[in-house]
Ligand binder design. Structure first.
Ligand SMILES: [Zn+2]
Length: 73
């Protein structure tokens, strides 16, 4: 599926660090302290007006390899 976004509209990904969690990283193959990051996608009009915000959920970001994994609550 192709989604065409007009040039005056663009999506901005917002990350907010909400904490840290010890977990096992499958890429690094060792336990690491993940950053717990909450992600939201904001659709902006002319870069200033927020048209819509979609909550993408909480993710664990590995500080070592940069891998992002969905957080299981
Ligand atoms: Zn890793």
């Amino acid at each position: 599926m192709i989604v065409i976004i007009p040039f005056w509209m663009h999506d901005r990904l917002e990350e907010e660090k909400v904490g840290e969690r010890e977990s096992f990283c499958p890429t690094c193959d060792r336990p690491v302290t993940f950053s717990v990051v909450r992600m939201r996608r904001k659709r902006m009009l002319f870069s200033v007006i927020n048209v819509s915000t979609r909550d993408l959920g909480t993710f664990l970001v590995c500080p070592s390899c940069g891998g992002t994994y969905p957080a299981r609550e």
